[in-house]
Design a protein around this ligand. Structure first.
Ligand code: SOE
Length: 383
């Protein structure tokens, strides 16, 4: 007999769909799990839209005030899919109400908020995770496995890019439900918190702590009409960000993100160069891991393109037969599966709020370094 885990989701945008899909699928593909998510309630200010979302995805009920949802006795876990400026207050209220929390990335608007959220969940002793989903693309999880097996040896370089091109038009407004990512008051930052945060989470997971950073940011379009006020307002987000860093293990990092790379929609790429071997991964070809091993016989040495679809590769035994690939949405299913398994084993599922705070500290240091023009140390003493 499985145990129900009643989910109350706040927000119903792009991530609301990705998470709802994961909750619906997980018990079918991971039948061994003790817990089974139940879509209990979805919450949004617009009742009509929330109801339509509830009907589409099978939520049992609708709330229009997140505080009411958080207080409901029949909710076990709160899923926060709102713009970033609401994460802090919801998470703290949910922790106080004893709810588990699954929070969309980035954890918060900044590290100061994030620290309060970490304190709240740790004081309440509630299970928590942040949806840095790319860790759970099987090819990326395989990269982690290869590094942990020591196949790369000493690591020298970590480079990553997250490139998009959807904000190039100066006519695109900022703010409101669809474009809150362009409004600094809702998002906290631009590409740094939205896209580089993914790269930083993966980098820390694969290659350890980042200790210092130097960076450049740019806002190419300085003013945009605001959807909510109708007025042309200053743009406060970073449209592009490039940073260099040092890792605690002595390796060097190079990161770039922009929403102005014409031709790239969501090109998340990373490459790691070690003493013996290198690995590379690209979201546009997400089921493949590129691997080069210098120890191979020289006459056949070269980059291998590993099609990560076999049953002995991470997560794949839960899906189809060898050779058949899975996609982006499965990374969210894997995150729920790991979260539920963690509830049974008592072992927290990373990234926890504390792990995500470390990413937030790097983001803060990157933004600070762009302002100061100096190298900045990472960390507020909290991670
Ligand atoms: C922005 O366009 C975005 O949707 C991010 O918010 C996601 O986190 C990223 O995975 C894809 O791009």
């Amino acid at each position: 007999m499985t145990k129900p885990l009643n989910i109350g989701m706040i927000g119903y945008g792009f991530m609301g769909k990705a998470h709802s899909n994961a909750y619906r699928k997980v018990s079918h593909f991971f039948p061994e799990l003790e817990y089974r998510p139940v879509l209990k309630a979805v919450c949004a200010r617009n009742e009509e839209k929330a109801r339509a979302f509830a009907d589409t995805w099978g939520y049992e009920s609708v709330e229009t005030d997140w505080r009411k949802l958080v207080e409901r006795d029949d909710i076990d876990a709160i899923d926060i899919c709102t713009p970033n400026n609401m994460h802090h207050d919801i998470a703290i209220a949910a922790a106080k109400a004893g709810k588990m929390i699954l929070c969309e990335k980035p954890l918060a608007m900044n590290a100061a908020e994030g620290k309060e959220m970490v304190d709240a969940v740790e004081k309440a002793g509630v299970a928590n995770t942040v949806w840095y989903n790319y860790r759970r693309i099987p090819a990326v999880t395989l990269a982690k496995q290869l590094i942990e097996e020591g196949r790369l040896g000493r690591i020298f370089h970590f480079r990553a890019q997250f490139l998009q091109d959807w904000t190039i038009s100066a006519d695109l407004p900022q703010g409101g439900a669809a474009l809150w990512r362009l409004d600094v008051n809702a998002a906290g930052s631009g590409v740094t918190g939205d896209l580089l945060a993914h790269c930083i989470d993966t980098a820390i997971w694969l290659n350890g702590k980042i200790t210092s950073v130097a960076s450049l940011t740019e806002t190419f379009i300085k003013e945009r009409k605001h959807t909510l006020t109708g007025k042309v307002e200053k743009v406060g987000i970073d449209d592009a960000c490039t940073f260099m860093c040092r890792f605690e293990n002595g390796s060097l990092g190079n990161f770039e993100s922009t929403r102005y790379a014409r031709g790239h929609k969501a090109k998340y790429f990373f490459e790691i160069n070690g003493e013996h071997a290198s690995i590379a991964w690209d979201l546009h070809d997400l089921h493949r891991l590129q691997y080069f091993d210098h120890r191979d016989d020289s006459i056949v040495r070269g980059w291998r393109s590993i099609h990560v679809s076999d049953g002995d590769q991470p997560y794949m035994k839960h899906w189809w037969v060898p050779g058949l690939a899975i996609g982006y949405e499965h990374s969210f299913v894997h995150q729920v599966a790991d979260f539920l398994a963690g509830l049974s084993s008592g072992k927290p599922t990373g990234p926890t709020f504390r792990d995500a705070l470390e990413t937030q500290c790097v983001c803060d240091a990157v933004l600070k370094a762009a302002q100061s023009g100096q190298w900045e140390k990472v960390g507020c003493g909290c991670c």
